[in-house]
Design a protein around this ligand. Structure first.
Ligand code: ZN
Ligand code: ZN
Length: 681
């Protein structure tokens, strides 16, 4: 066979000589495409998969530690098949897609090549470093090195400069195949012990794939972009410690992180987002605005709510409790510590043990600090026989739970050891379930709207149907409940992503992820079926037929936890809460001590009207007082002097907009009332 057939994404078939490369085909199509092409995706045409193309065979000769996982060999145009170098000869009939910066997956190839460029630059400057691995990551790449001295910020600058030099030289990324013993010999001579280890462990074929970029030689499956010239928009970001293979106890390495995008504009936008995220960091703002703290003396992951944070929490909780009652929930409270036996019945003592604090012995009986509220609510449900007439029973609790999280993963308010869930459990009959899910979703939307989020992503997670043995509940239970979730989302016209196999082990679920002011995703609301607990606790209700039935059970949390949601709000608003949530809504600033009396009167009028006001009667210059109120992100500053005292006005300054001029006090109060009552964001 001297020719092969290449099927392009538009269905056109090209007949080309055996061994033609994707680069050559791109050139035939248009010089522009050839210039833009980064990498190719091929899928052997069905029935010929066995006659492996050399490109295909070379594409996956070993499990490279830093390459993308293999894809199935079907349609290249549908993102299936596998990626190969543009220069790889094709020697069988394939479907071919030539990927350019328009294809999202090509960016990972560019970033992987950037990691190689980094290693090449480091080797130029520090020839004695030992090499670890260097994969692409979400926003760029990293490479791990062992070197006696730490890399300094100045080193990073030099390395980045060297990377730019090597990029400008447009050095080809060349692929070579070596027999395994030769590969080992090469690295042994070069004294690259970590690489030897990788070749030993991961090269499963007799021939080993290498890529070279200048003096850098990597055991790597690839693919890579043809040469370094296309790596333009990158920046070295930081150095961090990392263990070889990520395992504590293994040799310590220095991991150099870089950001990498196609264009300088994309890189700049990313760097700007990073800056913004830093500016909004809730841990920093929590301290600056005196909202909360974590006290080493008390232990990590445990939150102290300071007066101002506590006030915001009270306002959040008041809103939530009112909504819960309005929406037909009952509010309950359950103990923080309950017999360990109960957690054995629920199964938590078994499958959730790693996340629980150890039991406490009381009068020779073990008690367990609660990691979840569900069993408590179940005991309330079970406290008497329920009739179908009472269903649905919706039990809600701002329930504080304690979970053991490793200290390494704790993070401000977002990942903690003690937190209060806005938890609820719904017990209902099968015919009620869709209305209940719909009500949960409606509640979730109310939360988003009230707290100022307009963008979100919804995921529907199902079980892994290939392993029904891992799940309680029958296939019918799963099918019914998943389709109930799906139908409800469809009826409400909510777009969602199906996540096969991502459900909780006890039932399918819907997750809402919020998108915040700077485009970050935050997992928030979750609505989950449970086929496990009702059976374990023998839950029942007496049906209309007089027989006993098992109710359906749904767990749902809207905020997730008060702590976490508060952290998200701080970052979303960069600490500048909308007026209805702000711990201090207006700061009264007398021009000088002479006007302190009028200032007092204004502050008192605000407080009488039910607002949270504060009088800054320090003997400071007005400018200093304004600056401080600005730093505390207080929504309104009311400046009062002689003119204002005489006319009964206040000069209004808004945190976000600056001076708004003088206004009669009564007008300001009625405006503020409107803003607070409408929870304007
Ligand atoms: Zn590599
Ligand atoms: Zn629960």
């Amino acid at each position: 066979m001297d020719t092969i057939h290449i099927t392009m994404p538009d269905g056109a078939i090209r007949e080309v000589p055996l061994g033609t490369t994707a680069a050559e085909i791109a050139q035939q199509i248009s010089p522009r495409l050839a210039k833009e092409a980064l990498v190719a995706r091929i899928a052997p045409i069905h029935g010929q998969a066995a006659a492996a193309a050399s490109a295909a065979a070379e594409a996956a000769p070993e499990k490279s530690p830093d390459a993308a996982p293999e894809a199935r060999m079907t349609s290249a145009a549908n993102g299936e098949g596998f990626l190969v170098d543009l220069r790889a000869p094709i020697d069988q009939d394939v479907e071919l897609s030539i990927l350019t910066p328009k294809d999202p997956e090509a960016i990972q190839v560019l970033r992987h090549s950037a990691a190689h460029l980094l290693a090449a630059a480091v080797l130029e400057l520090f020839p004695n470093v030992k090499l670890g691995i260097g994969p692409p990551i979400d926003t760029g790449f990293f490479y791990d090195f062992v070197r006696d001295e730490p890399f300094t910020p100045e080193d990073l600058e030099r390395i980045e400069k060297k990377m730019r030099e090597l990029a400008a030289q447009d050095i080809p990324n060349e692929r070579k195949m070596l027999p395994k013993p030769e590969a080992l010999e090469l690295y042994r001579k070069w004294e690259q012990g970590f690489k030897c280890e990788l070749v030993e462990e991961r090269a499963i074929e007799p021939m080993v794939s290498f890529y070279t970029t200048g003096r850098f030689i990597d055991f790597c499956r690839g693919p890579h972009i043809p040469s370094t010239g296309r790596i333009r928009a990158f920046k070295l970001m930081s150095v961090a410690g990392a263990y070889w293979k990520g395992q504590e106890g293994n040799p310590q390495m220095q991991r150099i992180y870089g950001a990498c995008f196609y264009t300088q504009q994309e890189l700049d936008e990313y760097l700007h987002r990073l800056e913004e995220a830093k500016r909004r960091d809730h841990r920093r703002l929590g301290q600056e605005l005196d909202l909360f703290s974590v006290q080493e003396e008390a232990g990590p992951g445990l939150i102290f709510w300071h007066p101002k944070g506590g006030l915001v929490r009270k306002i959040m909780e008041d809103w939530l409790r009112d909504e819960l009652l309005r929406r037909g929930y009952d509010l309950v409270y359950t103990p923080h510590i309950m017999r360990l036996e109960l957690w054995k019945t629920s199964g938590h003592a078994n499958f959730y043990r790693e996340n629980m604090f150890g039991p406490v012995e009381v009068e020779k009986d073990d008690y367990q600090l609660k990691p979840m509220n569900c069993p408590g609510h179940i005991l309330i449900y079970k406290s008497r026989l329920r009739s179908y007439r009472e269903l649905p029973v919706r039990l809600a609790e701002l329930g504080t739970v304690y979970r053991y999280e490793r200290s390494g993963v704790l993070h401000g308010l977002l990942r903690v050891r003690g937190f209060t869930q806005d938890d609820a459990h719904i017990f209902c009959m099968p015919e009620q379930i869709e209305a209940e899910i719909e009500a949960c979703i409606d509640f979730a939307f109310a939360v988003m709207k009230t707290f100022g989020f307009s963008q979100y992503v919804v995921e529907l997670s199902d079980w892994d149907a290939k392993h029904p043995e891992n799940y309680p509940g029958s296939p019918e239970d799963w099918a019914h409940s998943t389709s109930a979730l799906e139908r409800t989302l469809n009826r409400l016209g909510i777009p969602f992503k199906r996540m096969e196999g991502e459900g909780a082990f006890y039932g399918p679920k819907i997750d809402f992820k919020l998108i915040d002011a700077i485009g970050r995703l935050w997992q928030l609301t979750t609505v989950q079926f449970d086929f496990n607990l009702p059976g374990r606790f023998g839950l029942e209700y007496v049906g209309e037929d007089g027989n006993r039935h098992q109710p359906l059970m749904v767990h749902r949390a809207l905020w997730g936890s008060v702590e976490r949601f508060f952290g998200i709000l701080i970052e979303h608003y960069a600490g500048a809460f909308p007026v209805w949530l702000a711990p201090v809504q207006a700061e009264v600033l007398p021009l000088s001590e002479k006007f302190a009396e009028y200032g007092k009167k204004v502050a008192a009028a605000l407080k009488d009207a039910g607002f949270r006001a504060h009088l800054d009667d320090r003997n400071e210059k007005l400018q200093a007082k304004i600056r401080d109120a600005q730093l505390l992100k207080i929504p309104y500053m009311l400046i009062v002097g002689g003119k204002e005292a005489e006319a009964g006005t206040v000069s209004v300054r808004q945190q976000s907009k600056g001076d708004l001029g003088p206004r009669p006090l009564a007008d300001f109060l009625s405006d503020l009332r409107k803003q607070v009552d409408s929870r304007a964001v």
